[in-house]
Design a protein around this ligand. Structure first.
Ligand code: 4AD
Ligand code: MG
Length: 434
């Protein structure tokens, strides 16, 4: 990347920068003038710095041109770094020239606008400091996850997102017209990862998943980024150990690499450093007992929804595993518990502080006849799953895997009220533009 003769804005804050000349370019976050002095806040990818421009130095024409640049207009600045107690970061750049690159039109975004307006202008709203911080942390989270998986020798693979069958059942799949035949947007890459497991033993994929649920909750998107891992020779305990080590690693790494962004978003990095394995494990039956004691009208067999998951974790500071769910609540491919035929070898990882499920995982059924029975019980056309059943006809072995919702874990890490704040262009039942 060529920076040319330009300096990053962050250069202005280097210990030895005071008194040196800098050549910056970027966008105006703020602009005002008073008494022949122009105060600009200039942003580039490395940060923001105050720029001052004096009429007697810039000249009448130069001053007037710079004064008319709108918020989010683009400029180039040559100047000298100076100490200034009143400026953000106690530095400012005293401009010798300000070149207008694009004065711009009045920027439509400002404080106190409605949520709808802001979502309609998402393409502009994402320039805000909160969004910048959020997506820097998201990038760091993805990097840390990939680092962890790479160190564990889990191979990154590229399963399809378009398919001729709806993996987890039809009702929540988006159907499309695939040249006159039905096609579906992927809800999970799991079945393909299971196929890829046989030659590679440890595989993962990071793909968008789509859910056609009309759930208008602060934790549901219709498109989200899904990290899915599939591990050969793995039982439920090993799966949970793997997940908790991974979550511990990414929390620590993000805390180390993005402390200021975390702090600015209301999550002190120390809190993430305290997320340390092992996490608490609770059987589904125990969760039901606790919820009944708290007055929830539920029994063994009821699904745990937003309110139930919230109640279970509101007082927790670390994630919690809920294990051994009733078979009928879960997908057809989950392995029946050896000690209790009513339950499956499944574990959901719930975020603390009431944020709810962020990982869903299980051991996979290895027996082809059991799988066929389960598919039939769910009223599914078994022929659609023939290719998947083949995996149990050629070297079927014990294996397990999980799916982690990137925006779900990020929502908890960043304490966002709504999951849409963790993705630049959120897709929800009421919105798929811009
Ligand atoms: O629990 P889910 O549905 O599990 C699966 O899809 C498995 N096939 C994954 C696997 O074992 N490979 O989804 C996994 C995770 C959830 O724990 C949640 O974090 C996230 O995906 N998720 C969503 N995130 C945002 N919006 C939604 N509508 C989501 N639905 C699930
Ligand atoms: Mg789930």
């Amino acid at each position: 990347m060529s920076e040319g003769s330009f300096d990053p804005v962050s250069r202005s804050f280097a210990p030895d920068a005071v008194g040196s000349k800098v050549h910056l370019r970027g966008w105006l976050q703020r602009s005002r003038s008073s008494g022949g002095i122009l105060f600009l806040l200039l942003r580039d990818r490395t940060g923001s710095v105050q720029v001052t421009g004096r009429r007697d130095i810039l000249g009448d024409d130069g001053f007037s041109a710079a004064e008319h640049v709108q918020v989010e207009g683009a400029v180039e600045v040559e100047g000298t770094v100076a100490e200034d107690k009143r400026a953000p970061g106690q530095r400012e750049v005293r401009a010798s020239t300000i070149t207008v690159l694009h004065a711009g039109e009045p920027f439509p975004m400002f404080a106190d606008q409605t949520e709808e307006f802001s979502l309609d202008h998402r393409h502009l709203a994402i320039r805000s400091p909160e969004h910048v911080a959020t997506f820097r942390v998201k990038a760091e989270l993805l990097r840390a996850l990939r680092e962890f998986l790479d160190r564990e020798e889990v191979l990154e693979t590229t399963p399809p997102v378009l398919s001729g069958n709806a993996a987890e059942g039809g009702s929540e799949a988006f159907q499309i017209d695939y040249f006159g035949r039905p096609g579906y947007l992927s809800q999970t890459a799991q079945l393909y990862l299971e196929a890829l497991l046989f030659p590679h033993e440890r595989v993962y994929a990071l793909t968008p998943s789509f859910r056609a649920e009309k759930s208008r909750t602060p934790r549901h998107l219709t498109e989200y980024l899904h990290l899915e891992v599939e591990l050969a020779w793995c039982d439920l305990d090993h799966l949970m150990e793997f997940e908790e080590r991974m979550v511990e690693y990414v929390c620590r790494t993000v805390a180390d690499r993005r402390p200021s962004e975390l702090g600015a978003l209301g999550r002190p990095p120390e809190e993430l450093r305290k997320i340390v394995a092992p996490f608490r494990r609770m059987r589904y039956s125990e969760a039901i007992d606790r919820l009944v004691a708290e007055g929830f009208p539920i029994t063994f067999g009821s699904d745990l929804g937003t309110a139930e998951e919230r109640a279970l974790t509101l007082e927790e500071h670390s994630p919690v595993f809920v294990t051994h769910y009733p078979r009928d609540l879960k997908a057809f491919y989950m392995l029946r518990s050896p000690d209790d035929p009513r339950t499956v070898e499944a574990a959901d990882l719930l975020a603390p502080e009431g944020y709810g499920e962020m990982v869903g995982g299980s051991c996979r059924e290895t027996d082809v006849t059991v799988l066929v029975e389960r598919l039939q019980a769910k009223g599914v056309d078994v022929r659609e799953y023939e290719w998947y059943l083949d995996l149990r006809r050629h070297g079927s072995i014990p294996h397990a895997g999980f799916g982690l919702g990137i925006e779900r874990i990020l929502r908890w890490m960043l304490r966002r009220d709504h999951i849409r704040e963790t993705t630049p262009f959120p897709r929800t039942p009421s919105r798929h533009t811009p």
